[in-house]
Design a protein around this ligand. Sequence first.
Ligand SMILES: [Zn+2]
Length: 284
Amino acid sequence: MLWQNLREEEFYDAVEKCGKVCIVPIGCIEMHGQHLPVGTDTMTCQYIAEKAAEIEPVMVAPAIWYADVQGLTTWKGTINFSIPLILEMLTELCAEIARNGFKKIVLLNGHGGNISMLHTFVRSTMKDKKDYVVMTRNDFCYEVKHLVQDLDRGEVFPELTPEDIAYVRDFVASGGERGHACINETSVMMKISPDTVRLDRCDAVEGRSNHKADYLYNVGFKECTRFWSINQPNSYHGTAPYGANERIGEVILKKRIAAQVEACRALKKDDQILEWNEAWNRAW
Ligand SMILES: [Zn+2]
């Protein structure tokens, strides 16, 4: 159920049919190598949210395209807003969604750089009395490593050719790097939006880590986008995915959509979090 497609009177039934669950896809606008569009993360989480909602009805709010890309402004195409502005926008957006009756709000995240900010935001919503709860979920829960594990367990993927399976197995076994604009995102985008992908440009810039900042990670430092940018100065983290294709993307998406469906079902069935939230409000 897509928020923007509903007429006013349809919202009353929608709240009940969706179990008060509303999904907000949130991605970003940032460079994805020279082979993927800058909107990759938002397009992907929006796609997963919408496809999952067709299977298990939940409300899907219009996606948030602008988010936390503090490390990637040296490249064209990136649009970066300050963290306080994004947090304020999320605060008002969630309040508006709740005012319309949806009390279980999920920020479905498609961008690794958003994780810290979204945790901060969710924590901030617990400070004051609210009649709704907010949570996050990452859409990138399944990738080629899991695909290989599933193949090893004997799962059959009719979408894949023997050559696809050999390629994916070899990519993972040989330590092919994966992280950003990598084999996963490239395959997924070849399925979602093939016209925007230029696979022939996947090695236009180096995507493999130079490991120059590993000594900082190795002693426990985290959450500094500068480290990531030192290791991946081209804002691309992945071994060039020459064999990526829409069939591999379809399998990854199928698994991610299934996981999102399962998450929505659990949340719709849940009868504890709003009760606990209400109890907390009374005790406040
Ligand atoms: Zn991405």
